[in-house]
Write a protein that binds this ligand. Sequence first.
Ligand code: MAN
Ligand code: CA
Length: 250
Amino acid sequence: MVAQTYPHAVELGDWGGYRYFVSKEKFHFWDAEQHLQSIDTSLHLLSVHSFVENMYVYNKVGEKLGMSPYPPYYWLGGHDENQEGQWEWIDGTPWDYDQWTTDTSEAQYGPEPNNLDNNEHYLMVYYYSNGGWNDATNNPGDLPFHYVFKAKIITSQDTTNNSEPKINYLNNVYPTLFHQSRGWFTFESNWEEPTKIIISDGSGRVVSYVEIQDPYGVNEISLPLLSAGVYHGIALSGRTKFRFKLSLTN
Ligand code: MAN
Ligand code: CA
């Protein structure tokens, strides 16, 4: 159950305990933050802390707003206004992740952030950037953009005695598996060939086998409801292999 809905915004979906939204109207950067603050002072332009979160938002914004009359460009809540090159999130969370555009095929000025004309201090996402970030200007004559924010999902359930098993993934290479909830994982990679994911228990018995046809980006894969223990997984794509370990505690 969610406490609030926001008629000025389009719902993107729920992720990580929050409901995500994109504004219907377009704004300049600080006007966007002010608009949000005028609705509820607990709301800020979105800070992004992982690849999975970034791609979730990017894919949903495209899906919900469509490409007409213009592709959706949108603000995130980052800026380096205080000190050039020192990026920070308006909501005060640490700058622990970034996804600057590296693809220079469209961008004639090279990889971002390029601080063009020493005048780009605000974080936005171009629809054509595959989720990559750009530093942009915030001048009165500039085109306004949509903005993204999230609101905490408030449930009426008592969650203090939550017996949901906890699944940790142990790996530090790309691609990765992220725990979403019991029985569900998110698989992220830039692999483009069909990928098989096989998970076996301590005795080598296969407990899960999933095939992803188009693994590029973020995929949700379902796993059986496993009991506590350590599991070994392998993801295979062409000649690429990725091994991971899951430890599941009740
Ligand atoms: C425009 C602006 C810049 C960006 C370049 C990339 O000039 O959006 O922020 O760096 O395009 O070509
Ligand atoms: Ca730029």
